[in-house]
Design a protein. Sequence first.
Length: 443
Amino acid sequence: MIRLRFESGSIIAEGGSVPQGKYDPSIDAYRAPAFHYREIVESLEERGIEYSDEASEIPICPELSSGVELRDYQSEALDAWKISGCRGLIVLPTGAGKTVIALKAIEDAKEAALVIVPTLVLVDQWESRLRESFGAEVGVVGGGRNTVECLTVTTYDSASQKVDTLGNRFRLLIFDEVHHLPAPTFQRIAEMYIAPHRLGLTATLERGDGSHLALTELVGEKVYEMKVDDLVGTHLSDYTIETVQVPLTMAERSEYEVQFSVYRAFIKSRGIRMRSPRDFQRFVMRSGVDPAARRALLARNRAMYIALNSQSKTSYLKDLLLENPDEKAIVFTQHNSLVYRISREMLMPAITHQTPQEEREEILRKFRSGAYRRVVTSRVLDEGVDVPDASLAVILSGTGSSRSFIQRLGRVLRKQEGKKAKLIELVSSGTAEIRLSRRRKGY
């Protein structure tokens, strides 16, 4: 008889070999990554080999009923996931109800489920939603809390660190914002948990480095996808996107040209062509060993900082908000320094990664209630803020990432009667920021 047990993210098979297992002489047994657990058990049963399963410590969960009703496309997405063996990726725009699909998946699976999210803000949102939907106790691991229930929510960081205690406690993993999973520190979650059933949710699957391709093995194939424009007017708000070019001040223009010319001169002298993000990454790597490249990179960074944080953008923003007093607005920037400058000059509540959790929750609570009509943030609210009546997104600065652009647009797309969403991006004219704008809108 083969004895299966769980140890630090691995399935240990004593008394015989198992699929994907390698013999480990130090323990005189076979060892396989935990995510092969289902494959191992099915193989042993198909071959009629007796085994004792001591690997899983999955509790029997009470009957769960959420009472949620799915839209047609949500039902199609869930059915596609089930047909794929309760494994796979669902790609839907922000505001399209990915959370509702996950709730129904949990209800139908009738299994212990672990929801994994990127931020503590989302931990709190999921905890509340699960408790309200199922009327059940919900465990939380992370942010100073460490309770495990049949329904538990945790962060990617905590899930990665708690493999030993959580890795064999759940049969269903829900990966919210699953595009985070391919990061090297997070892939181990998928590899070292035994859960046979896995659901990945995101609005933006592809990663610039191509690492999202690993998700097929770690979570499953992409089983369903809809784009923003597929749902606009029916399930998402109509929207407009406007790009406004604003000039640098004379002092900003002078300093920008001085700095960017250093970068341009180096690129030209070395015959370097910047045709893709990968070309730029090679240039960054070169700066680690080439002092001239390092000087050029620093000069470029200083020039881009001027373009991204120009005083003209702040002035334009003031006028824009005065012209739209009834719009509930989220202002996005690339750098925290601009967040705090706007917060001081316009008396606007600010949220960055430095904002204490309690203060962040209070700001978001008042924003949802309407006590605050404006919030300025850097990148921490690209994900994890749910404000259905927010209708204006202003991007003062950002990267060339289409994912970030789509996420920021998604903050204002949730459907509400009579709502017309607007995204306005401000770009410094005559600078390299124009290329960033074009690249991120290539979605």
